[in-house]
Design a protein around this ligand. Structure first.
Ligand SMILES: [Zn+2]
Length: 471
């Protein structure tokens, strides 16, 4: 570091580590609130979670902390600390306080909304995604103010309440609050580590496109004994249709679907290859013994996950097994979710999917495709002063060299957000790791790495100050 923040940062990091139990308590407090943005019945909980987030930010010295609302959106929480002077950069710290639904309650070892520690991990919905992100921001700021009495940078904080439903209002919120959010660097604590103990900086995210495909053969169900064998079964038609969308390795083969995919550069591919292959991958993600890794074998597994498209059937409606009888159902619906590679346009993708369904629907069944709003992939060149600052900060916080990595998931607003402020660098870090199971059952936060993350964020503010306004 080339400025005067070196020893102050050391004190602030020590204070942050001394407050590790308090940070964990703050995560527990937030994680007890079932702020499920996808569930209209949970709106009061999302409101409570926003209020708890306000209290958290205020307790750590942020100013002008308040709930901001725009029409039709769940509550945002913003705050700021802007006394570092006009020469210092302004850093926007982002996290979200809403969570995914808990899923199947019987698959949770302990109640999803009663955070519980086991083997150094804190289990509970939202512990990692992303309540720990909000707490990390608060504690990084608090550690500086408690020790130095000031921050090396100007800081703005934005904690969103509807990230888990795709941030439908974030671009509008941004337009209406441009001056509250204007910054030189964007730090998102909604990603995470390459592995336990090994920090990550995320530089690419896949895009997203999804739709419901409905196949209909009949006006109402028919007796399968009297008509089966002559009248087509919409469920089997759907199985054939979905199977026609990929090859034996699960690679999507829809005509025109992957035409615009931009392959990684030679340098990027080299970096991905250097991360290693499938070893450890199956274990990290809990594949049952004997289950194969799918995709194009000629492509490294992490390139498949980060830079190639994929299809997942995320919902399927036919007759449930309970109450089923010998009937041919009238219709069947599947919800298809496509992860998109860089270069793919969500609208063009859906046109290709719709044309494929028209062409390949079996046996003349009526079909209907309802497309939902999508988002393109995002990737950035993980070099330059801000990324170097982030790399140094993570090295200090974790004591290990960070890994530049991709994530197969999507955070649709990262691109538009960075663009709104003239293409500012977006630094994606966070509390998750390959064992965190965000969105799954038994979601958890690694408490040791959580403390390392907070220490890294403390250091990051000093590193970004050293870079100056041109970060
Ligand atoms: Zn998240």
């Amino acid at each position: 570091m080339t400025n005067d923040w070196n020893s102050a940062s050391e004190s602030a990091r020590a204070a942050a580590r001394a407050a590790a139990d308090a940070a964990r308590n703050d995560v527990e407090l937030l994680a007890r609130i079932p702020s499920i943005s996808a569930d209209p019945a949970r709106v009061p909980d999302v409101e409570r979670s926003a209020e708890a987030t306000v209290a958290l930010l205020e307790a750590h010295g942020l100013e002008q902390v308040r709930i901001e609302r725009i029409r039709g959106a769940l509550p945002y929480v913003i705050g700021a600390w802007l006394h570092a002077g006009p020469e210092a950069p302004t850093v926007l710290l982002y996290a979200h306080h809403d969570v995914q639904p808990p899923g199947r309650l019987d698959r949770w070892t302990t109640d999803p909304f009663s955070p519980t520690e086991r083997d150094g991990r804190l289990y509970g919905r939202g512990t990692a995604d992303d309540k720990a992100g909000a707490v990390a921001h608060a504690h990084a700021v608090g550690a500086w103010l408690a020790t130095a009495g000031e921050l090396p940078c100007n800081v703005r904080v934005l904690i969103e309440g509807e990230e888990e439903i795709g941030s439908p209002s974030l671009e509008r919120f941004l337009r209406e609050h441009l001056d509250d959010l204007r910054s030189d660097v964007f730090v998102l604590a909604d990603a995470g580590q390459w592995d336990v103990g090994v920090p990550g900086i995320t530089y690419s995210l896949r895009g997203l496109a999804s739709c419901d495909v409905r196949l209909r053969a009949l006006d109402g169900p028919l007796h399968s004994g009297i008509t089966g064998g002559a009248v087509p079964d919409p469920v089997q038609a759907m199985a054939r249709l979905i199977a026609s969308m990929s090859d034996d390795r699960g690679v999507v083969t829809i005509e025109g679907f992957a035409d615009d995919v931009v392959a990684p550069s030679a340098a990027e591919r080299e970096a991905i290859v250097a991360l290693g292959g499938e070893r450890g991958f199956a274990r990290a993600y809990g594949l049952r013994p004997g289950v194969e890794i799918i995709g194009d074998d000629s492509v490294p597994v992490y390139e498949r996950l980060w830079r190639q498209p994929a299809l997942t059937v995320i919902g399927f409606d036919s007759h449930p097994i309970t109450g089923s009888s010998n009937q041919i159902v009238a219709e069947c619906t599947a919800r298809l979710s496509f992860r998109l590679a860089p270069g793919q346009d969500p609208t063009a993708v859906m046109e290709a999917v719709t044309a494929h369904v028209e062409r390949h629907r079996p046996w003349g069944l009526e079909c209907d495709v309802e497309a939902f709003e999508g988002a393109p992939a995002w990737s950035t060149d993980p070099t330059g002063p801000a990324f170097d600052a982030c790399r140094r900060a993570l090295r200090v916080g974790f004591g290990v060299e960070p890994v530049a990595m991709g994530i197969g998931g999507s955070i649709p607003f990262v691109g538009p957000f960075a663009a709104a402020f003239g293409g500012i660098p977006a630094l994606l870090i966070g509390p998750e790791d390959p064992y965190s199971r965000p969105h799954g059952e038994d979601e958890s936060l690694h408490l040791g790495d959580f403390a390392n993350l907070i220490a890294s964020e403390v250091q990051l503010l000093a590193e970004l100050a050293a870079v100056g306004g041109r970060a």
